[in-house]
Design a protein around this ligand. Structure first.
Ligand code: FAD
Length: 475
């Protein structure tokens, strides 16, 4: 018998439910498959650097599978429709008896999987697993059997369930009885050769991800609560790119965290609990997506926000994208994103708020731009983060709560260490003036090679409040 494991967002050998199940019959011949769909990825705004990261992670995966006697076939199709046709054909012609895969929860992905299951219903058995989340969507509900719309009660119910659920990590499969195979030639690249990410910060491979997780839980997590909001510190795990494409599983994160901090639930003010809380946000947004499929179509959760009259200013959008708004914390953050593919969470909140509340630009333009740049691009987390910042989502900040980009900078980058790293044109500005460099330059009679603020925050705030109020009134 031949078992085919179709890998998608689960590029790892340890704690992979589909792979584990496919290997449970010692007699079966196990083959792994990855299908690249560059055209579909472009439609989904996937960052070219995330595609490059996927490719880079397939190489160590391929050799780890080979050591266990499992070949990894990598094939390229245009889009999901094409992949359904090709996979159906492949299974029929190579005589696959059973197909194993871990579920994805976005609309197009689910449609694709239904099509595959239907097309192959007469040919083989399909085994699908809930693997990408700690608890499957739909399993954490209110007393009325509905999805929570507010985070805190969701978390409470979630943690109760989590602690009675079996979330043990599964081991990597053993070497097949037939023995190891020689590593196949690297797959034909499906990536843009110019797509660069910060490979020193995010080296590919499961081993790196596991090592980072271990070090973070041992050495850093206790300070996470105090330090996580300061982008100049290396105080967060940096695991998001690995979690986004499944080089690491959330079960591995939770199990490692519990091992190093067994009493984390008793210390809700501790770093470990705070970190667990972030992993629960990840679950919350994914559960929401399944409960409210309209989110996958970029609809706002709060309907009346559809009526906000956004500012169509393409120049302002471009200034934001390029880090030329004249607000140093915003610009430094955007340059970090453009250069590395990653941005600190505090900064994501600041720049998202700036785009929506200071420039009054439709949050969907920001959501799209983030996806095109992020190494950790994840539809649910990104959409959830944008709708939170734009005050259009569940559990969103109310629309009248608007970040002041200057005071946010002063608070979270007090010495300007982060800003200095990304804005060399401000090198001569003293620390205590970094958040309003033009004020300083004027006093000194110096011309800065840095743009003046693109908007006046106080004025912009009033304009935005008026636009949201008008939309809420229905006109
Ligand atoms: P840590 O602080 O170490 O957190 C651990 C893990 O928890 C993260 O790796 C991530 O998987 C998860 N997590 C943390 N915060 C959140 C959150 N607010 N929502 C959901 N999951 C979270 N995260 C993504 O993974 N992909 C995205 O595309 C994405 N887009 C975002 C867009 C906006 C506007 C905002 C405000 C946030 C977004 N986030 C996104 C969430 C968060 O900013 C990143 O997960 C985090 O910065 C990643 O760094 P880390 O791995 O060091 O996080």
């Amino acid at each position: 018998t031949t078992h085919l494991v179709w890998l998608r967002n689960d590029l790892r050998i340890t704690d992979n439910k589909a792979l584990h199940a496919a290997c449970s019959d010692p007699q079966a011949q196990v083959v792994a498959l990855f299908i690249a769909t560059p055209q579909q990825w472009r439609q989904h705004e996937m960052a070219p650097r995330q595609a490059a990261f996927i490719y880079a992670n397939l190489l160590p995966l391929q050799s780890q599978l080979a050591q266990r006697g499992i070949p990894l076939v990598v094939h390229q199709c245009d889009d999901f429709a094409d992949s359904v046709r090709w996979l159906t054909d492949y299974c029929r012609t190579t005589g696959v008896d059973a197909l194993f895969y871990n579920r994805q929860y976005e609309l197009n992905e689910r449609r694709r999987d239904r099509q595959v299951e239907t097309a192959l219903a007469d040919t083989l058995t399909c085994h699908a697993f809930d693997d990408a989340l700690l608890l499957p969507p739909g399993s954490v509900q209110t007393g009325k059997g509905e999805m929570y719309q507010v985070y805190t009660p969701f978390r409470k119910a979630f943690l109760q369930r989590l602690y009675s659920a079996d979330v043990r990590s599964l081991p990597a499969p053993a070497v097949r009885a037939s023995g190891a195979i020689s590593p196949p030639a690297p797959p034909v690249p499906f990536v843009d050769p110019d797509a660069a990410w910060d490979a020193a910060a995010f080296p590919p491979g499961e081993e790196h991800a596991l090592r980072r997780l271990r070090t973070f839980c041992l050495e850093q997590v206790q300070d996470y609560r105090q330090q996580r909001d300061f982008p100049a510190l290396d105080a967060t795990s940096g695991l998001s790119p690995y979690l986004a494409i499944g080089v690491l599983s959330p079960r591995q994160c939770v199990n490692r965290l519990r091992l190093t901090c067994p009493d984390l639930l008793e210390q809700p003010d501790g770093g470990a609990f705070t970190w667990l809380n972030e992993l629960v946000w990840r679950e919350f947004y994914r559960h929401l997506l399944v409960a409210y499929p309209a989110l996958c179509r970029h609809r706002p959760f709060i309907g009346w926000t559809e009526a906000v009259r956004w500012n169509p200013d393409a120049g302002a959008l471009q200034a934001w994208q390029q880090g030329r708004t004249g607000y140093p914390i915003v610009d430094a953050a955007m340059r970090q994103l453009n250069n590395t593919g990653w941005m600190h969470n505090r900064l994501r909140m600041i720049v998202a708020s700036f785009l929506v509340k200071d420039l009054l630009i439709d949050w969907r333009a920001g959501e799209r731009y983030f996806m095109r740049q992020l190494l950790d691009g994840d539809f649910a987390a990104n959409n959830g983060g944008w709708q939170w910042a734009a005050s259009t989502g569940t559990d969103a900040a109310p629309y009248f709560r608007i970040f002041n980009p200057t005071t946010q900078g002063e608070r979270f980058d007090p010495q300007g260490a982060f800003i200095r790293k990304w804005l060399p044109e401000l090198a001569d500005v003293p620390d205590n003036e970094l958040h309003h460099p033009h004020r300083w330059a004027e006093k000194q009679g110096i011309a800065l090679a840095y743009p003046p603020p693109i908007v006046d925050h106080r004025q912009a705030r009033l304009t935005t409040l008026a636009a949201f109020e008008a939309a809420k009134r229905g006109g």
